[in-house]
Design a protein around this ligand. Structure first.
Ligand code: ADP
Ligand code: MG
Length: 317
């Protein structure tokens, strides 16, 4: 297993934001981490790459095994070397990863020189090759441009090239296309999927869109209020979603055949993380809830393979 996150608990001071998160990624596999805003996807990614300290959080318990090494017990120094080299992070807004004052080619050079110790000339060659890998037309011309001279989609390709610069084993893409329009989104997703499959990387793709999961992922982990409520191979989750929240997310996928104005959302709101309802966090929004759902937090139960669900109402797995 490339990455195994086991019973991860993330806290900010006394406040626990993520509980009992267990997930894993193999080489060549794309895991979708899906859930509405505030469910804990980004901080889970932040914990995996070891940057939680920078946002004021810490890992309260659990393990993050990367190539069988526990990152939670690693020194800052070793973690810093690993991060960026073996794990590439792609964030939602490319401008948080790009320096507006340096040409994009030089920025990719910096990434390869830092991680691979290449000479200046070798770094330029490699940057041009990486730009080709992310399907940038005319890399020689684009090399000398500044970020503001590029479209959103081209900037995101540069960020992906930078994330690939050190030949990582794992990519974490946190809503990498949210800021882009639909056509460009589809292009970027295609590039990411091809890169993962061609190079045998593992990828965690964070999204709030089950439609993206259907098109790109092999497995999915559904998060709600800081817990993983369902894990499943993607084909199985669309055939038979187990958790009512998963079902609701699937109903939210916009369909091209739908008339405009009929886009559905999940009724009700995500509860405040500091005032979670008793029992199952989803019960106030769940059409099927019963009295036990108001009383007890459902345990995550493992079924066959990596599948599992945390819902009182699911009897057999
Ligand atoms: N820097 C922070 N300080 C305190 N709490 C935070 C911080 N970042 C995130 N959280 C908490 O973690 C929850 C999940 O946040 P996040 O991982 O960003 O959600 P998502 O990416 O799923 O939208 C938030 O609702 C918030 O309660
Ligand atoms: Mg997020």
């Amino acid at each position: 297993m490339l990455l195994s996150v086991e019973k991860l608990q993330i806290a900010f001071g006394q406040f626990t934001a993520v509980r009992d998160a267990t997930l894993s990624v193999r080489k060549g596999q794309i895991l979708g981490l899906v859930g509405e805003s505030g469910s804990g996807k980004s901080i889970t990614a932040t914990a995996i790459v070891g940057l939680l300290g920078y946002v004021g959080g810490h890992i309260a318990s659990g393990r993050v095994l990367f190539n069988d090494k526990d990152l939670t017990s690693m020194s800052e120094e070793r973690l810093r070397r690993l991060r960026g080299k073996r794990i590439g992070l792609i964030t939602q807004n490319p401008m948080t990863s790009l320096d507006p004052l340096i040409t994009v080619g030089k920025q990719i050079d910096q990434a390869t020189r830092l991680h691979l110790g290449l000479s200046r000339r070798a770094a330029v060659e490699r940057s041009l090759a990486l730009m080709k890998d992310v399907r940038i037309p005319d890399p020689v011309k684009v090399y000398g441009l500044y970020p503001h001279q590029l479209s959103g989609g081209m900037k995101q390709r540069i960020v992906i090239a930078m994330a690939l610069a050190a030949e990582p084993d794992l990519l974490i893409a946190d809503e990498p296309t949210t800021a882009l329009d639909a056509t460009v989104q589809a292009q970027i997703m295609r590039i990411l999927v091809e890169l993962v499959k061609e190079r045998g990387l593992g990828m965690i793709l964070i999204t709030h869109d089950m439609g993206v999961v259907a098109q790109t992922c092999d497995e999915v982990a559904v998060m709600y209020c800081g817990r993983i409520v369902e894990r499943s191979p993607v084909h199985a989750v669309f055939a038979t979603p187990r958790h009512p929240y998963t079902e609701a997310l699937i109903r939210c996928i916009p369909r091209s055949t739908m008339q405009t104005g009929t886009l559905v959302g999940i009724p009700g709101q995500v509860p405040s993380p500091v005032a979670l309802p008793k029992g199952c966090s989803f019960h106030p929004r769940c059409g099927k809830s019963q009295s036990i759902c108001h009383e007890r937090v459902p345990e995550f139960r493992q079924g066959q393979g990596h599948a599992g669900v945390a819902c009182h109402l699911v009897e057999s797995l």
